[in-house]
Ligand binder design. Sequence first.
Ligand code: ZN
Length: 90
Amino acid sequence: MENETETVCRVCGHDGYEVFWEDGWPTAEICSCCGNESDVGDNGVLGVRGYRGYWVGQGAPWRSPSAERKRKSEGWDLLRQLANIPPRWR
Ligand SMILES: [Zn+2]
């Protein structure tokens, strides 16, 4: 068990205001980018990779249109965001 707060999505690397995991426990927060709910698609690295592959295969759709508009206006780049994924979840 880790003592840490995870704000970077394990699936898509999105780093927003959400906290997905706290001290090793899922918060059930839903990522505004890929739509993953912590503990549903991201409990275990194989689940993470599976969900990520599915999400990218769909064209990497944003769950939240307002977050999408904001990030895209700031020059959002999918590959740059994916590079943000913590190494153990790649
Ligand atoms: Zn995500």
